[in-house]
Design a protein around this ligand. Structure first.
Ligand code: CTP
Length: 404
């Protein structure tokens, strides 16, 4: 159990912070909510205290005997501010201390995560841009807002990232406090995720059990580390990670086209998708009936190996990353298969993980070994997929720096 201080700014997205609070307490954390006075205009104090099981204050006078304005920040192992309004970002950037939350921000020495929400114009205003830059320089994590419907009928960049996504980042920072440096700013990262489906007829396909969670985690963490991220998603039902461009594909050939197109400008390509090695040679135009000639054998054509093609063509000096989902067998262990695959595929980095019933595919947690072409091996124990994603991006960022 960790102690989290959840600051809530005065924006309409304050109601979503109640969901975030729930997620954090359900994960077992002790959360103290510090809303601003403006936040209490949107969601009242009883909601926050009932959900957090703690008294709630927004000024420095309540509970002054316990010197709350100092105790809160000192005690916190993580401060999350969601929604972070333009006003709150400004006050934090300038070190103001005019309410309990800004006092807590000044006394905290733990990781601080801001999840902004505001109208596009406010987010893009030079004052906000400068405040965000200041906070990031100081080591705070300021997420990019998501795009979509805003308070009124307008749409654009400025939505609060999904509470589930903010909660994943919170878990990540608690596990690895320095997991989200801004070290991929200016980089284009292409990530493929999910599992391809190769049609047999209009309703049936050859597919696999990949949920896309690991690839989505890599995309989300890369975006939080400042990258421009293109996420090529094959049959994934998860919400889009904030601040990523999502390209939807179905089959291996569609995935190949999308990855190759975006890889042309990429600094990093992460092939986390489970790509079918074969596809039915023909897909029936109409649904195959039981009474039809039984398809005793389905004829298959081999799909191109997208990662191997990228390695063979190596136009720029992009870092190429593969994933190897292995079960191990009589001939070799999971890791031995991984080492052989890295050598065979010729990519720069390969993440090996064990798959099978209850392992990796569709699960919240994952474990893996990150292998690189120089023979380094980094073991990541079972934990949230964002933790494995951050460890992988550490290795990638080091390689990018070495290439500069
Ligand atoms: N991959 C790919 N194109 C394919 C198959 C796989 O780009 N047609 C990529 C995957 O995205 C992954 C890596 O190659 O990053 C390893 O995938 P895997 O299925 O484990 O490798 P295969 O070469 O298919 O090896 P095998 O089936 O022999 O285990």
């Amino acid at each position: 159990m960790s102690r989290i201080c959840l600051g809530v700014g005065g924006g309409i997205a304050a109601y979503k912070a109640a969901d975030l609070l729930r997620k954090l307490t359900e994960a077992g954390h002790d959360v103290t909510v510090v809303p601003t006075a403006a936040a209490l205009q949107f969601v009242g104090a009883p909601t926050w205290s009932a959900l957090s099981h703690h008294p709630v204050a927004s000024d420095v006078w309540t509970g002054a005997a316990d010197v709350e304005h100092v105790r809160l920040g000192r005690a916190a192992q993580l401060v999350v501010v969601a929604p972070a309004t333009a006003d709150l970002l400004a006050r934090a950037a300038h070190g103001l201390a005019d309410d309990l939350l800004t006092n807590a921000l000044l006394t905290a020495r733990c990781p601080v995560l801001f999840a902004p929400a505001m109208h596009t114009e406010m987010w893009e205003h030079p004052a906000t841009v400068a405040n965000v830059a200041t906070l990031r320089e100081r080591g705070c994590v300021v997420l990019e807002p998501a795009s979509g419907r805003l308070t009124g009928t307008d749409t654009g960049k400025g939505r609060l990232p999904e509470p589930a996504e903010i909660a994943e980042f919170a878990q990540l920072l608690l596990a690895v406090p320095h997991a989200l440096p801004c070290d991929l700013a200016g980089r284009h990262v292409v990530v493929s995720a999910g599992g391809t489906r190769e049609p047999l007829d209009p309703v049936r396909f050859l597919g696999n059990a990949s949920s896309g969670r690991q690839g989505y985690a890599v995309a989300a963490v890369a975006a939080a580390r400042g990258a421009h991220v293109t996420l090529v998603a094959a049959n994934v039902e998860l919400p889009d990670p904030a601040a990523t461009d999502v390209v939807r594909v179905g089959t291996a050939l569609e995935l190949r086209d999308a990855v190759r197109k975006h890889a042309a400008t990429a600094d990093v390509v992460v092939m986390a998708a489970a790509v079918a090695d074969f596809r039915p040679s023909t897909a029936a135009e109409y649904k195959i009936k039981k009474s039809d000639v039984p398809p005793a054998a389905i004829e298959l054509d081999e799909n191109p190996d997208v990662l191997a093609e990228l390695v063979a063509e190596r136009a720029g000096d992009a870092v190429l990353v593969g994933f190897a989902a292995e079960t191990g067998d009589d001939t070799a262990s999971v890791l031995e298969h991984g080492r052989a695959k890295l050598a065979r595929k010729g990519c720069d980095v390969l993440v090996v993980n064990a798959v099978g019933p209850g392992k990796a595919f569709g699960q919240r947690d994952n474990a893996g070994v990150i292998l690189d072409a120089a023979g380094h091996e980094r073991v990541v124990d079972l934990g949230p997929k964002h933790v494995l994603a951050a460890a992988l991006l550490d290795v990638v960022a080091q390689r990018l720096q070495a290439r500069r």
